[in-house]
Write a protein that binds this ligand. Structure first.
Ligand code: GLA
Length: 754
C-alpha cells in the first residue's frame, strides 16, 4: 500500500499539487460473486486534479467525483458505475437556475451547504451565532488526502467557523463513508441547531424507485417501495434510538420495474444509534438530494470556542447489479469492515427465553444445557431473570447482582457445567434501563432521563438511565466490567426495551441539555468500545425488543443482532427477507422455537422451522424439555447440516430467487465467497389447485463449471439431473417438488474441481 499526504491551505503551491496528486491503494479482490465486471481488478484511489479542481474517488466498480466551482462551492459531479481512467471530468460549474426563484445556490447540486445566503433547499448545517446572526455561507478552503481518506475544509465567508468534510472510500465495495466536523474557531460560543452528515446528489431522472424498511415490534423489516416524485420523503426516528418504525437505510433504483439484478441502484445507511433523519427530496429539476444525520427535531448543540461537533457517518454505495447487488455490497462491507475484526462465524446457540421466561434457575438451565449440547449447540445463553429481584418485568433492572434464590452458588457452577458440555456461555443484560422497583432507582432517582417535577412515563415498567451523565456511564461500565471479569462469559445479549420519554437532563447547564441526544449515544459507544478492549474475547448481540437497534453505528461494536422477537417461522421469511436488504444474514440470529408458535398460534414441522432459521445464523429457543427422541434426532441432523453450509449462508453472496412478500413461495440462494458451492432454501406456504412450485433459476454460478446437486431436505422433481454446468442450473433451473402446507426444501450445488 502506498500512501502520500497533501495538505495545503491553497492549491497549486508545490510540484505534486501542480501535477495533481495521485494516491493509489491497490486492492485486488477475489474473483467470484462480488466482482462486478471489467473493473474488478482495478486499483482503489483518490485523485485530485488541480487544473479542473476535481476530486475523484474510485474503488471496486464505483466512481465518486466532486469539484470546487468558481463560487468556491463544493459540487457533486458524478456518482455511479466506475468510469474509464481516461474519461475526462469537466470542472464544476454552478447551475444558474431557470428563474429568479431558482437561485444558483439552490440549483447547483452541492455536497454540504450551510443555511445562509439565498439557500432554500435543506441545509446540512444551521447555526445561531451569539449576536443573533444566523447566516452561514461555506466556501472551499483546502483538502488533505491520506490513503483512501479525503478531508475537505470549508469555512464561512467571514466568521471563523469551519467544517471538515470527511470522505473514505472502501477498497472492496466502493462504499463511501461521509461525515462532517463543525469546528468553532471564533471567540464566542455558538449553537448548532441542525447538522446532517452529508448530502448525496443523484442526477435528474423521472423514474426513480425508492425502497426503505419499516416495521414495529414483532413485525420489523417490511420492505416499502414507491416511485419518487417531486417533494420530500422523510425517514426519521425521534425515539432516542434507531427504532424499528423505520430503519436508517434507503435504496434508490433507476427504472420503473423493480429489478434484483441489473438496474442502477444508489443506497445508503446511517451509522447512528440515536434519533436520526434521512430526507429524500426530489426538486423542481427532478434532481434528488438525500440528506441524513442527526434529526433536527429537538436538537441543539452548544459549541464553546475551540469545541467541535462530529456528525455520524453516512455511508453511500452504488451497484449496477440491481438491489440484489446493492445488498451484497453492503453485506460484505458490514462483515469485513464495520463489525469488530477479526470476526468469526456465528456459533449455533441455544437461548432459554421462550422456554423459561423469567423462571430461570441453576438446575433448570443445566437441564436445558445438557439437551442443547446433545444437538451440537455451541453456545448456551441464559436470558432475562438471573439478577436482582427479577421475577417478572416489574422489578430488578439496574440491580446487576446474581439473584441468590435462583443461583445460590452464583453463576459459576452453571458456567462450568456449560463449559464441561463443550459450549461457551452467554448472558442477557439490559444495561441502559432501570425499574423504579430497584435498589438503583431508590438510591439514584435522578439518574434517569426526566424533566424536573414532571411525570416519568414508564414503558415495560422501566425508565431509561441517562447515559450522558458521567456517573451513570461509570456505573454501567463498572457493573459490566465486573460481571465479565468475575465470570467466564463469552457473549452478552445486550437488550434495550423501550423508547425515550421526557428526554430531560436537569443536571446539565440549560443551554447544553439537548446535547443528551448526542452524548448518550457517544457514551454508549464508548462503554462498548472499552468493554471490547478490556474483554476482547466477549461477543455482543444488539437486541432491542427484537430489531429496534440495528444500524451501522451499533454494528461497529456488535457481532450480531436479534432482528425480531417474532419467531414464527413463516412470518420470519418476510422479516428475514426485508432484513437482508440492508444487513447481512451473517449478523441475523434466527431461532427454532416451539410449535404452535406463540405469535400466530401456527403449527409447523420441526424441519420447516429449522429451514426457516437456517437462512441466517442458527439458534434454538425451543423448550427442549418437551422434545421427543425423534425431535432430537431431527435437530441433531439439521444442526450438523447447517454447520456444513454456514460459512456460505453467513458470508456468501445472497441472491433472492423468489420474494416471500405477498407470495405463497419463497426461495434464496447463497453462493460461497470462493464459489465452491451454492446453498438453496425454498419454502411453500400452501399448495393451491395442485400447481407446481415455480422453477428455481439459480444465479451467480460459474457458467462453465460443473456442479453436482445434493438434496439435503425436501424433494426435487423426479428425473432432475445430478450433474450439470452452471449455465444449465441458471437456464434450465431446478424444479423442487413441494406439495402441502408449510413445507421447505434445502439443496446444495457443489462445484467440481477448482
Ligand atoms: C426482549 C428481547 C427478548 C427477551 C426479553 C427478555 O423482549 O427481545 O428476546 O430477551 O426482552 O425480557
Amino acid at each position: 500500500m502506498t500512501e502520500a499526504r497533501c495538505n495545503r491551505k491553497t492549491d497549486g503551491r508545490d510540484f505534486w499539487c501542480r501535477l495533481g496528486v495521485v494516491i493509489t491503494v491497490f486492492v485486488l479482490y477475489l474473483a467470484g460473486p462480488y466482482t462486478a465486471g471489467a473493473q474488478s481488478n482495478a486499483a482503489a484511489s483518490i485523485r485530485y486534479d488541480n487544473t479542473a479542481r476535481t476530486f475523484r474517488l474510485e474503488a471496486a466498480d464505483v466512481s465518486y467525483v466532486l469539484g470546487v466551482n468558481r463560487e468556491g462551492q463544493l459540487q457533486s459531479l458524478y456518482w455511479g458505475k466506475r468510469l474509464q481512467p481516461s474519461d475526462p471530468i469537466s470542472p464544476a460549474r454552478p447551475d444558474n437556475g431557470s428563474s429568479s426563484f431558482d437561485l444558483p445556490v439552490n440549483a447547483t447540486p452541492q455536497e454540504f451547504v450551510g443555511w445562509g445566503g439565498g439557500l432554500v433547499v435543506l441545509p446540512d448545517v444551521k447555526i445561531t451565532f451569539p449576536d443573533g446572526n444566523r447566516d452561514l455561507v461555506l466556501k472551499y478552503v483546502s483538502y488533505s488526502i491520506q490513503g483512501l481518506s479525503l478531508t475537505i475544509t470549508m469555512k464561512d465567508i467571514s466568521r471563523d467557523l469551519t467544517v471538515a468534510l470527511q470522505y473514505q472510500i472502501d477498497g472492496q465495495t466502493g462504499i463511501v463513508a461521509r461525515s462532517a466536523r463543525i469546528e468553532n474557531h471564533t471567540a464566542a460560543p455558538l449553537t448548532v441547531e441542525q447538522t446532517f452528515a452529508a448530502t448525496w446528489n443523484l442526477p435528474a431522472n423521472r423514474d426513480y424507485q425508492l425502497r426503505y424498511l419499516t416495521g414495529r415490534w414483532a413485525g420489523e423489516w417490511n420492505l416499502q417501495q414507491e416511485p419518487l416524485h417531486p417533494g420530500k420523503v422523510v425517514l426519521e426516528s425521534r425515539r432516542g434510538s434507531t427504532g424499528d418504525e423505520v430503519n436508517p437505510w434507503f435504496a434508490i433504483e433507476r427504472g420503473e420495474e423493480p429489478d434484483q439484478d441489473t438496474s442502477d441502484v444508489w443506497f445508503g445507511a446511517l451509522g447512528w444509534s440515536g434519533s436520526w433523519q434521512i430526507n429524500i427530496e426530489q426538486d423542481w429539476q427532478n434532481r434528488v438530494r438525500v440528506t441524513g444525520g442527526y434529526t433536527p427535531f429537538d436538537f441543539a448543540y452548544r459549541l464553546a470556542p475551540g469545541e467541535s461537533l462530529e456528525t455520524p457517518k453516512f455511508y453511500g454505495g452504488f451497484s449496477a447489479s440491481g438491489v440484489g447487488g446493492a445488498s451484497r455490497l453492503l453485506h460484505r462491507f458490514e462483515l469485513d469492515t464495520v463489525i469488530p475484526q477479526p470476526h468469526r462465524l456465528r456459533p449455533v446457540l441455544y437461548n432459554s427465553w421462550e422456554a423459561t421466561g423469567f423462571d430461570v434457575s441453576e438446575a433448570g438451565q443445566e437441564a436445558l444445557a445438557e439437551k442443547a449440547a446433545s444437538l451440537g449447540v455451541e453456545r448456551f445463553v441464559t436470558d432475562d431473570g438471573w439478577f436482582g429481584e427479577r421475577k417478572d418485568d416489574h422489578a430488578g433492572l439496574g440491580d446487576w447482582y446474581v439473584n441468590p434464590q435462583k443461583f445460590p452458588r452464583g453463576l459459576k457452577p452453571l458456567i462450568d457445567r456449560v463449559h464441561a458440555l463443550g459450549m461457551d456461555f452467554g448472558l442477557w443484560v439490559e444495561p441502559e434501563m432501570v425499574n423504579p422497583d430497584s435498589d438503583l432507582y431508590r438510591k439514584h432517582p435522578d439518574w434517569v432521563l426526566n424533566f424536573s417535577g414532571r411525570p416519568r412515563t414508564e414503558g415495560r415498567h422501566q425508565l431509561v438511565l441517562n447515559l450522558a451523565r458521567p456517573d451513570v456511564r461509570a456505573y454501567v461500565y463498572g457493573f459490566l466490567d465486573k460481571l465479565l471479569s468475575e465470570n467466564d462469559i463469552a457473549f452478552l445479549k445486550w437488550d434495550y426495551n423501550r423508547n425515550w420519554s421526557e428526554p430531560g437532563w436537569p443536571a446539565a447547564p440549560l443551554d447544553e441539555q439537548k446535547e443528551v441526544y448526542v452524548k448518550y449515544v457517544q457514551n454508549l459507544y464508548s462503554i462498548l468500545a472499552e468493554l471490547r478492549q478490556n474483554h476482547p474475547h466477549v461477543e455482543i448481540e444488539s437486541c432491542s425488543g427484537g430489531g429496534a437497534r440495528v444500524d451501522l453505528g451499533i454494528l461497529r461494536y456488535m457481532d450480531e443482532v436479534w432482528p425480531s422477537d417474532n419467531t414464527d417461522p413463516f412470518d420470519r421469511l418476510t422479516i428475514q427477507n426485508g432484513f437482508t436488504y440492508a444487513y447481512s444474514p451473517g449478523l441475523m440470529m434466527a431461532w427454532v422455537t416451539d410449535s404452535p408458535n406463540w405469535m400466530n398460534n401456527r403449527s409447523t414441522s420441526l424441519e420447516y422451522r429449522f429451514l426457516s432459521s437456517m437462512q441466517g445464523s442458527l439458534g434454538i429457543g425451543a423448550n427442549l424439555n418437551k422434545w421427543t427422541a425423534e425431535d432430537f434426532a431431527i435437530g441433531k441432523k439439521m444442526v450438523a447440516q447447517y454447520k456444513a453450509v454456514r460459512e456460505t449462508v453467513q458470508e456468501g453472496a445472497l441472491y433472492r430467487l423468489i420474494s416471500p412478500a405477498g407470495s405463497e413461495y419463497a426461495a434464496t440462494e447463497s453462493v460461497a465467497r470462493d464459489g465452491h458451492e451454492a446453498v438453496v432454501f425454498a419454502y411453500l406456504h400452501s399448495s393451491q389447485e395442485g400447481k407446481p412450485f415455480p422453477m428455481l433459476y439459480l444465479k451467480g454460478l460459474d457458467p462453465k463449471a460443473i456442479y453436482s446437486l445434493h438434496v439435503e431436505d425436501g424433494k426435487v422433481a423426479d428425473g432432475t439431473v445430478e450433474r450439470a454446468s452452471g449455465d444449465y442450473w441458471m437456464q434450465q433451473g431446478v424444479e423442487v417438488s413441494l406439495r402441502g402446507d408449510f413445507l421447505a426444501a434445502f439443496f446444495v450445488l457443489e462445484r467440481e474441481g477448482k
